[in-house]
Design a protein around this ligand. Structure first.
Ligand code: PRP
Length: 212
């Protein structure tokens, strides 16, 4: 029985709230896991599902390593981390766009100078500009990326844009869109085989709910 417990890796906040909403619709009684607590590991009422709370950028690491069977993660984190997991569903929430942004009129294709790019998405940035054959200087930050061009630390940023408010209030513009992102359901490759009886119907159920 213990072996058939399915473990979810979730990130606290909106991703977890929406995930719980969907799982409740699937009949998994787990809304209590959203109540304030310092506990990092919780179970649903049946004890068949375990939930571990981790940093958003760590969700796919837990799933790749098999200590969680299923995870809900932003596509941006998945693209950045590049973990070897099955991405089975687009859950349709937490939508945003990965963009290059900066002051209006900045030419991101101008290769006369090495462009300085501030970002928390180092790998995505590297890949993107490498694919263009463009040399850049990456400045890795961990938040408030928009400050980069404002204080002159960088020429542009590569970051997610959700409502666009942060850019607007800092007088910055989207210069180029790189990818559409949203929450994705990921599954460990081995778990999908060994726990297929539980995971397959659950994924089908979630898919129906998301599409409804
Ligand atoms: C994210 C992102 C942008 C902002 C975009 O930052 O890095 O700064 O949200 O959202 P908007 O288009 O709706 O304004 P977050 O709020 O996660 O904080 P951070 O700066 O600490 O990364």
């Amino acid at each position: 029985m213990g072996q058939n417990i399915v473990t979810f890796a979730l990130a606290k906040g909106r991703l977890a709230e929406k995930s719980v909403e969907i799982l409740e619709k699937c009949g998994i009684k787990c809304k209590h896991i959203l109540e304030p607590t310092r506990k990092l590991q919780l179970e649903d009422e049946s004890g068949l599902y375990r939930f571990i709370f981790v940093k958003p950028t760590d969700v796919a690491i837990y799933v790749e390593r098999g200590v969680a069977d299923i995870g809900v993660v932003g596509k941006d984190s998945l693209l950045e981390g590049g973990q070897d997991v099955y991405e089975l569903l687009d859950l349709g929430f937490a939508k945003c766009r990965l963009c290059l942004a900066g002051f209006e009129g900045f030419d991101v294709n101008d290769s006369r100078n090495i462009i300085k790019v501030a970002t928390k998405y180092e790998n995505i940035t590297k890949r993107f500009f490498e694919s263009r054959g463009q040399n850049i200087d990456i400045i890795t930050l961990h938040g408030s990326i928009e400050l980069g061009p404002i204080v002159g630390l960088s020429d542009i940023i590569l970051d997610i844009v959700e409502s666009g408010k942060t850019l607007e209030e800092n007088n910055l513009k989207v210069l180029e869109e790189i990818a559409d992102c949203s929450a994705r359901l990921i599954v460990n490759k081995v778990s999908l085989k060994t726990k297929v009886d539980v995971i397959k119907p659950l994924v089908n159920n979630i898919e129906k709910i998301v599409k409804a």
